[in-house]
Ligand binder design. Structure first.
Ligand SMILES: NC(=O)C1=CN([C@@H]2O[C@H](COP(=O)(O)OP(=O)(O)OC[C@H]3O[C@@H](n4cnc5c(N)ncnc54)[C@H](O)[C@@H]3O)[C@@H](O)[C@H]2O)C=CC1
Ligand SMILES: N[C@@H](CC=O)C(=O)O
Ligand code: NA
Length: 918
């Protein structure tokens, strides 16, 4: 079972400590009167009427002989004389233990201990059969029906299972009594199954009668186990008490009045304080054995809880309570401490295995709280389902309690202008749907009335579509309806919460979370009951949608699946920074970054849950597979665990950059220090930016200019606040800055270039720096950011690569040959020095004249550009607001740590755009 998590503590959260406790009476006295111990009178027992209720016509002629007499004598009859005086004043505490809880003798003993620890004066415990027994019993009937003799050995197994449990649990007289009853039951069942085998058929009531023994034995075992400790305890065969009417389709309706009467009679005979009742089984008004069908023992507990007006019904299971979302899909799902009846109801409708709505109805009538608890983790307080006061806080998180999903649906869209204002269209549509017996999960119609869409289970959609085509044949051919369209492979995501719709912002937050995870919503429904908002989406997006919505409302971690392309200098430095900072981000900012893949140009490593960043290098050597960018991207985008995906391109590769458009289109965010996309062909750049602006997918590239320095963000800030950029001028190359800052005196030009390369300032190929191309790219990036439509080829560049070295085939060859030009550089530098000047390689974006320049210029020694050191960049923005004195950003503009830091801060910016605290 999984259930729901709680967003904020509710007064009822303290329930665990005081459980079970008195429940305030509902304001209006319920019309249905409960069992009143004062009114119980001793009446002549009717118990045997049930046991003789198997109709003669149901039994194969004569074979059963005296079956009813041989059956275990009901506890009611057996113990009728042993009536203690009735306790007064306190309410019943009703418990229900399912098959898993009653799975072994040890577990039955644990159940007994739980009951004994319950301080309530009156306890009524509903039990299922020991685990697997119900299936074993159905199997007996099936075998007998198909005339398979092995039902005999199968019945022996059932016998042995219970005998073994009894021997473990009981001793002395109790054991002997249980075993003799068990033996008698099994002999009767053997005779009955033999009859079924001969007839080759069992009626439903025969089958229900056989199967019900599982509950009878488990109730007896538990009652003996409790009695062993000296506490008086009776067992109740609920077939004597619960009366239900079959309502077709595997459902029954309890007859509360008749059940109450019978319960009173039962208590009149047996006014016990601790009662173990059989779950699942009941009888018809004609005393024919039946079961509660699919609603099972939970329903038994709820009906009995309502009959005795219990103080509380505790459903014991093997999970800690109701989760905020399916924990198999959302690892951060939390246990809800409280849920209203309506919320629990909605959740179970939307697929959460909380409690069947029918289980909630009987107890809801009397405001009886249901508590779901884990029998294997008694310390967990569980989830209390009760009537909750309206949430007055207006707090979004408190409004949305939980999320649930339903898969394998199809959306049917009936569309056409002929529907608007025509009464009866909806009735015709849903009449056709009803005729094929399909179950409509949700309906949505926009007020234009031009289309009605609804969701049905995938397996029913073909019949629905065919029926609609037949029903609307004329309207379709006359054009009054344009189409009956089926959209396959859909899922529903439902946000559930009592006070959602009256709190502004809930749906905005939900849809924003979905939009940011690039999830397309196909249809929406929200009733005015305000309990849920339902969205239909593509099934493949459903888990991501669930996670995105859950993390937004529950302030759980903003999770981000990261793919790193190019673990070179910047890539590996970034990976190190991520490793060092991950715990802090989780702790302080609720951001959970998972590197799901790292790819170089030859090999790649992928992970479903996140690569261990302390060992990625070894993994890339030992566990790697051949690099394949498509597979890498698919791996990231198909991961269901993390709704938000980002690719970080740390290469300098043009081909990698050419994929950004497709990635953004897939909803994958892109972050990069690679300048190729933004300085490549203008049309592609514009297409990329247009897509980015139109979508919720982000593309950040701060490190492409000035590395970690805030250049792009400063420019954006100026533009977005309405400033007008006139000119951007500066030293944009860390490498060239370093070279001209350090190339003085006796040092050779080639030595300083080698130092810059060693320091990690240069591009993978240092000729990109020396040729001025890198600066030109940055000028283009800033020019385009400022609105100029320039191509790289529009920028005249003075290359510092000597003509003779331009044809070098590799960077290494270039570096080797560079010293032969040191003389030329020494001369140029000396000339400048003689004039009291320095050489500086500058870039200019002249927005006024719509052009860019890249030049080697000489500046006086007192010019700000002459004051730099190391790999400093300096960028001066002259704008309408910063006209007299430009706005200047200065600092190291190249190097592994600062560049990786710039990329990292883009990742965090993305996380904050996705909802992480800023
Ligand atoms: N070094 C610096 O100070 C700064 C660098 N950048 C940019 O950072 C990027 C990375 O620079 P570095 O780390 O210094 O270069 P690098 O050469 O050390 O690393 C690049 C990595 O990408 C890999 N790679 C190349 N093509 C690939 C492909 N198609 N698929 C997968 N992997 C591929 C290479 O094998 C290498 O491991 C460049 O675009 C550079 O312009 C930006 C600002 C400053
Ligand atoms: N090679 C570049 C690195 C940053 O973009 C530079 O030297 O500035
Ligand atoms: Na920058």
């Amino acid at each position: 079972m999984w259930s729901l998590a709680v967003a904020s503590p509710h007064p009822a959260a303290a329930f665990a400590a005081a459980r079970p406790r008195r429940r305030p009476r509902p304001a209006a006295a319920p019309s249905h009167r409960g069992v009143n111990p004062q009114r119980w009178r001793c009446e002549k027992t009717q118990a045997w009427s049930f046991w003789s209720s198997l109709r003669a016509s149901d039994l194969p002629g004569g074979l059963y002989g005296d079956v009813s007499k041989n059956m275990l004598k009901p506890a009611a009859v057996e113990q009728a004389e042993a009536s203690a005086h009735l306790p007064k004043g306190d309410m019943w505490s009703v418990h229900k233990f399912g098959g898993t809880c009653m799975g072994t003798s040890q577990r039955i003993q644990n159940v007994a201990d739980i009951i004994l620890r319950d301080p309530s004066e009156r306890k009524l415990v509903v039990v299922s059969a020991m685990s697997k027994v119900t299936d074993m019993m159905y199997n007996l009937v099936n075998k007998a029906q198909s005339r398979d003799d092995s039902y005999i050995t199968a019945l022996d197994e059932v016998f042995e299972k219970h005998m073994a449990a009894a021997k473990d649990l009981l001793g002395g007289e109790d054991l002997a009594r249980f075993l003799s009853q068990l033996h008698a039951d099994v002999s009767n069942l053997k005779a009955m199954l033999r009859a079924i085998c001969i007839a080759g058929h069992a009626t439903e009531s025969f089958s229900d009668f056989v199967v019900g023994h599982g509950e009878i034995w488990s109730a007896q075992l538990l009652s003996f186990a409790i009695k062993k400790s000296g506490t008086p305890c009776s067992w109740m065969d609920t077939r004597e008490v619960l009366v239900v009417n079959p309502t077709g389709s595997n459902q029954v309706d309890p007859d509360y009045l008749e059940s109450e009467k019978r319960l009173e009679k039962w208590f009149a005979r047996l006014p016990a304080e601790t009662i173990i009742a059989t779950g699942f089984i009941a009888s018809t008004p004609e005393n024919i054995p039946t079961t509660l069908k699919r609603d099972g023992s939970d329903f038994s507990a709820a009906i009995i809880g309502s009959l005795v007006k219990a103080g509380q019904v505790t459903i014991w299971t093997d999970v800690d309570g109701v989760f905020s979302a399916d924990p198999r899909k959302v690892s951060e799902a939390v246990i809800l401490s409280t849920l209203s009846y309506q919320e629990a109801w909605e959740m179970s409708y939307f697929g959460a295995n909380v409690l069947h709505p029918r289980t909630i109805i009987p107890v809801m009538k009397y405001n009886i709280p249901i508590v779901i608890r884990n029998m294997f983790n008694i310390s967990a307080p569980g989830t209390m389902i009760c009537q909750q006061p309206a949430n007055e806080s207006g707090d979004l998180e408190a409004c949305v309690k939980a999320f649930a999903t339903i898969d394998k649906l199809s959306l049917v869209n009936v569309e056409g202008t002929g529907m608007a204002g025509v009464p009866g269209t909806a009735s015709a549509i849903f009449g056709a749907v009803k005729d094929v017996g399909a179950n409509v999960i949700m309906i949505s119609q926009a007020s234009s009335e031009h289309s009605v869409c609804f969701a049905v289970p995938e397996k029913e959609v073909a019949a629905v579509s065919a029926a609609l085509h037949v029903r609307f044949r004329e309207a379709l051919s006359a054009g009054r309806l344009s189409k009956v369209e089926v959209i396959h492979n859909c899922s529903i995501l439902a946000a559930v919460g009592l006070k959602m719709a009256s709190t502004p912002g809930v749906s905005a937050t939900l849809f924003d979370a979905l939009a940011k995870a690039n999830i397309n919503v196909r249809a929406i429904a929200q009733g005015c009951s305000e309990y849920n908002i339902t969205v239909v989406l593509k099934q493949e997006d459903c888990v991501r949608a669930l996670r995105a919505a859950h993390s937004r409302f529950f302030l759980s971690k903003t999770t981000l699946a990261v793919g790193i392309i190019g673990p070179g200098l910047i890539g590996r430095t970034l990976l190190n920074q991520l490793k060092d900072q991950a715990a802090v981000l989780k702790e302080n900012m609720n951001i959970d970054l998972r590197v799901m893949g790292i790819t170089g140009s030859r090999t790649m490593v992928l992970s479903d849950t996140g690569i261990d960043l302390a060992h990625w290098k070894e993994q890339l050597q030992t566990e790697a597979e051949p690099a394949n960018l498509d597979k890498f991207v698919d791996h990231l985008s198909e991961n269901q665990l993390f709704p938000n995906r980002v690719l970080v391109d740390c290469t300098a590769d043009t081909t990698v950059a050419s994929h950004y458009y497709d990635w953004l289109k897939k909803g994958i965010h892109v972050i990069t220090p690679n300048k190729k996309a933004n300085s490549g062909p203008l049309d592609k750049y514009l297409k990329l930016r247009t897509l980015q602006r139109a979508s919720y997918t982000h593309y950040f590239y701060e490190a492409t200019v000035g590395a970690g320095l805030p250049i792009i963000s400063t420019l954006r800030g100026l533009l977005e606040t309405g400033d007008k950029i006139l000119r951007i001028e500066g030293i944009f190359s860390g490498t060239l800055s370093y070279i001209f800052n350090n190339f003085e005196g006796t040092r050779t030009f080639s030595d300083v270039v080698s130092e810059a390369k060693e320091a990690g300032y240069t591009e993978p190929d240092p000729r990109d720096d020396l040729s001025g191309t890198d600066v030109a790219r940055k000028v283009i990036i800033l020019a385009r950011e400022s609105g100029l439509k320039l191509e790289l080829s529009d920028i005249p560049v003075r290359s510092l690569v000597p003509e003779a070295l331009r044809s070098c085939s590799t960077a290494d060859e270039y570096m080797q040959k560079l010293p032969s030009f040191d003389q030329d550089w020494a001369r140029e530098s000396k000339d400048a020095e003689a004039a009291g000047e320095v050489l500086r390689y500058v870039g200019v974006v002249d927005v006024v004249n719509k052009e860019g320049q890249v030049e080697l210029r000489r500046y006086k020694k007192d010019h700000p550009f002459a004051q730099l050191s190391g790999s400093d960049n300096i960028i001066a923005f002259t704008t309408s607001r910063y006209k007299e004195q430009p706005l200047i950003v200065r600092g190291p503009g190249a190097g592994a740590e600062v560049t990786a830091g710039g990329v990292f801060s883009d990742i965090l910016r993305l996380a904050s755009y996705l909802g992480a605290p800023s």
